[in-house]
Design a protein around this ligand. Structure first.
Ligand SMILES: [Zn+2]
Length: 247
């Protein structure tokens, strides 16, 4: 049941046709794992907290640096040197004290990824490197939970939603290719656009509303202000989500 305060707080979204108090209760029951609270993770976490997702489990091993502040909107100059997960949690708690925030300040690795994701209902990919993205994609397939991919470069970004067993996964898209990622250029508005698309997908998935960004990669070009879609088929021979995984 929603409290009087919750009904008031979420009034403007509850009134969306098809949403209702029942939809708000679904958001309240959900537990979302956010991998990374940097450029993408900041808007994802902020908007999911504002929307009233019951539990956010945020993982980031980094500390805040001056050069993060052009895009990682959860942090302030006085936070430099603090752990991102703890600092993010403090901000999100101030925004919405009614939700639960769990923090993890560990590096996501092959050895700990399943434990870190734990009993979360879904994974948001707000990472900055492909090896960890693949690891999270595989974990989502193994746990049979959705995976919300997002990535940015300069003024460009992309997003895709993966529903295990139903739509193409990250490995169907990139085939395990690793591109060396060092320091990537990025302007803060780009992860804001892509992070909000990922958060929208999470909310839609939980509510069971609309059409998800599955089987299609959405590409955003901020300089030309164009959104382009690429159809991505599920690969039956995919080593991660195919018929004989692990080949
Ligand atoms: Zn696949």
């Amino acid at each position: 049941m929603l409290s009087k305060k919750e009904l008031k707080r979420y009034d403007r979204q509850i009134m969306i046709p098809g949403f209702g108090a029942a939809g708000q209760e679904k958001l309240k029951k959900a537990k979302v794992f956010i991998a990374g609270v940097g450029g993408l993770g900041s808007p994802v976490a902020l908007y999911l907290a504002a929307a009233g997702i019951g539990t956010l489990r945020i993982a980031d091993h980094d500390t805040i640096e001056l050069s993060n502040l052009n895009r990682q909107v959860l942090y302030r100059e006085k936070d430099i040197g603090e752990e991102k997960a703890a600092s993010a949690a403090a901000k999100l708690k101030k925004l919405n004290p009614q939700i639960k925030i769990e923090t993890i300040s560990e590096t996501i690795s092959e050895a700990n990824v399943a434990k870190l994701v734990g009993d979360s209902d879904m994974i948001v990919d707000a990472m900055d490197n492909l090896p960890t993205r693949y690891l999270l994609n595989r974990t989502a397939i193994q746990k049979n939970i959705p995976f919300f991919h997002g990535a940015v470069y300069g003024f460009e970004g992309r997003a895709m939603t993966v529903i295990p067993g139903k739509s193409a996964c990250l490995n169907c898209l990139y085939h395990g290719v690793i591109v060396p990622e060092e320091k990537t250029p990025v302007i803060g508005v780009t992860p804001a656009v892509i992070g909000c698309i990922q958060a929208t997908e999470v909310i839609k998935y939980i509510l069971g509303m609309g059409e998800l960004l599955t089987g299609r990669l959405l590409n955003y070009d901020g300089l030309r202000m164009k959104f382009t879609e690429f159809s991505i088929k599920k690969d039956p021979g995919c080593a991660i989500c195919g018929k004989a995984p692990g080949r």
